[in-house]
Design a protein around this ligand. Sequence first.
Ligand code: FES
Ligand code: FES
Length: 166
Amino acid sequence: MTDVTLKINGETRSASVPPETTLLKMLRENFNLTGAKLGCDIGDCGACTVIIDGKSVNSCLMLAGQVDGREVLTIEGLATPDHLHPIQKTFEDCASLQCGFCGPGVIMSAKALLDDNPNPSVVEIRDALAGNLCRCTGYTKMIQAVQEASKVMRSDTVRRLAKTNG
Ligand code: FES
Ligand code: FES
């Protein structure tokens, strides 16, 4: 068995898993975090996307043992009990998802992008979402939602800075 201790959504968690266990399997089966989805299991669809130390990754391609000591953010870590994350809210407002299966992965890819690049171009958004497949909605509304979220997040940052600076 492999012992793994990591931070998930800000909380330290531990598990003992067979060495071949993927991060996705551990998240879903050991920690009951089922937001990241099992689609292809070979790195093609992006449904399993999570953020590790600030970078979006396909959790089906990583072994649980590889995340020992690292920080993982999953879709469950985005919203607070009272508020959706701005990206979740704009996806809702723009009706960017239909069945929703791809949604957690797409939103985590968008989050990694906006954390790194608060004002991305359409080409940069397309590029960031290129590894996330959607069979229902198409990508136009997703791109629109990411653009809207980038505006909201930038104005939130300006408001926060204005408050801090008195
Ligand atoms: S399930 Fe991981 S990329 Fe498809
Ligand atoms: S909304 Fe159904 S796969 Fe994307």
